[in-house]
Design a protein around this ligand. Sequence first.
Ligand SMILES: CC(C)(COP(=O)(O)OP(=O)(O)OC[C@H]1O[C@@H](n2cnc3c(N)ncnc32)[C@H](O)[C@@H]1OP(=O)(O)O)[C@@H](O)C(=O)NCCC(=O)NCCS
Length: 187
Amino acid sequence: MAAEPLRKRAWYRARVDRTFQLPTCRLRAWRETDLASLVRHADDPRVAATVRDHFPSPYTREDGRRWLAHAAGLGLDTSLAIEVDGAAVGGVGMIAGEDVHRVRAEIGYWLGHAYWGRGIMTDAVRAYSEHLLFERGFLRLEAPVFAINPASARVLEKAGFERESVQRRAAIKAGVLMDVWLFVRLA
Ligand SMILES: CC(C)(COP(=O)(O)OP(=O)(O)OC[C@H]1O[C@@H](n2cnc3c(N)ncnc32)[C@H](O)[C@@H]1OP(=O)(O)O)[C@@H](O)C(=O)NCCC(=O)NCCS
């Protein structure tokens, strides 16, 4: 019940360009000038291996152009670039639930391999989640993780999520059938 007024507030908050300065990185809107860096870091089978197939692999300049055009049309905090040392080296974003599911959102994220293991995604997921929960007014965030991705599970745990369920044989990637861990964080 308490969510309704918050969601109305979210309507205008979401129109404001959001930037989050964090200890290890900055979250900010994608820009056209991110193309070269985006493609450099996204075109990597190590990144593609643990995300959905709609993340292209190989990741071409045309894929990058298409993504940046798409991101420009989204709500300003629906998808944010992760900037390190002035370059966009990853992304974090969400898909808002609709209709009766409008209280929840699913988040997703990726980071260029050169930057793994520095705590960057933990900072990014924690800050972005808290924005979605405490400023945008979502009551529940979900993050489905392939059971072959313990690093992502650890990121979510550090960012305040709990593993709620195991979805058995719920995804197939590169011909391999996998369980999916559903992580959630509640407001
Ligand atoms: C998963 C990913 C987001 C992690 O980002 P990151 O910035 O390296 O994460 P962090 O450095 O914040 O934290 C990683 C944690 O996982 C741990 N970890 C790394 N590899 C691990 C493994 N094989 N098993 C268990 N834990 C592991 C690290 O030790 C660290 O935990 P700690 O701080 O307790 O030591 C990044 O590897 C990535 O983008 N992968 C490809 C895309 C992807 O999987 N996206 C998520 C889809 S759900």
